[in-house]
Design a protein. Structure first.
Length: 265
């Protein structure tokens, strides 16, 4: 049976429509496969990031534990040296603006209580906001401090550089001694999205504070501009600006003139 021209045309149109429907279905299937592949890849990446984050937390905690063990060893050596009447080396004072709490909450503080060594920064210091590991933290600028110091809670945000610090401990009001655990490095994100790398001495007995001292300012030739409320310096031929805020008023405790003791040989 021979088809006339009209039948041929209808058959051709039907074939084209069928081919188009099949092509659309195939595109949908391909799109669904790609979407599923992207979803699986995103899930794998998220899981890998979680594993990497957990590993980073474990490594940093292990470094902190090792540094604390070395601190105990140094304490023991100092105690043994005192037992044999080893002559003390000349000590050079280092000042840091800290406030010493009389107590925590309603707890009674004694000289044997770890809480008695809790100190915080003077509220009057210039304060900047930085980002670390997705968390916003405040740091304070202490132009009277020779070294940059931070509390023990900060070890979760940085990496151990060395268990050997410029000073062994700092001395606060009333002869209170706070040991320096070691030096940690922190990569901070400032408000403009740029990073700032800071090395700090971790102090046992101080928890949440971070004081940027003149060691950082001097090494970067930084200038504190109180008119614009900015800390500025140049790095790799670019201007780095860290905005800060200042608060005037009485502090909540007694300002401790903290003195860092030089290393004993």
């Amino acid at each position: 049976m021979t088809m006339n021209g009209g039948d041929v045309m209808k058959t051709s149109v039907a074939a084209v429509r069928l081919a188009r429907r099949q092509a659309r279905r195939q595109r949908k299937r391909d799109g669904a496969k790609r979407a599923q592949a992207r979803k699986k890849a995103a899930a794998r990446e998220q899981e890998q990031q979680r594993l990497d984050s957990d590993e980073l937390v474990r490594r940093r905690q292990a470094d902190a534990d090792e540094a604390l063990r070395e601190l105990e060893d140094r304490r023991q050596r100092r105690a043994e040296a005192r037992c044999v009447d080893e002559p003390a080396q000349p000590l050079e004072p280092v000042r840091v603006s800290l406030v010493q709490r009389a107590s925590r909450g309603t707890e009674e503080v004694t000289s044997n209580d770890d809480d008695a060594t809790y100190v915080e920064a003077d509220d009057g210091l210039p304060t900047a906001t930085m980002g670390l590991s997705g968390v916003q933290r405040t740091v304070k600028l202490d132009s009277g401090a020779r070294y940059t110091v931070a509390g023990t809670n900060w070890v979760a945000y940085g990496d151990l550089v060395s268990c050997t610090a410029p000073v062994d401990f700092v001395e606060g009001i009333g002869g209170l001694l706070l040991d320096v655990v070691g030096v940690w490095r922190f990569v901070m994100m400032k408000v403009f999205g740029e990073t700032v790398t800071v090395d700090a001495c971790i102090i046992k007995g101080c928890e949440d504070e971070f004081l940027i001292g003149i060691d950082f300012m001097r090494s970067h030739e930084a200038v504190m501009d109180f008119r614009e409320n900015e800390l500025r310096y140049r790095e790799n031929e670019r201007l780095v600006v860290i905005p800060f805020r200042t608060v005037e008023g009485p502090t909540s405790g007694h300002i401790a003139a903290v003195r860092g003791r030089g290393r004993r040989t």
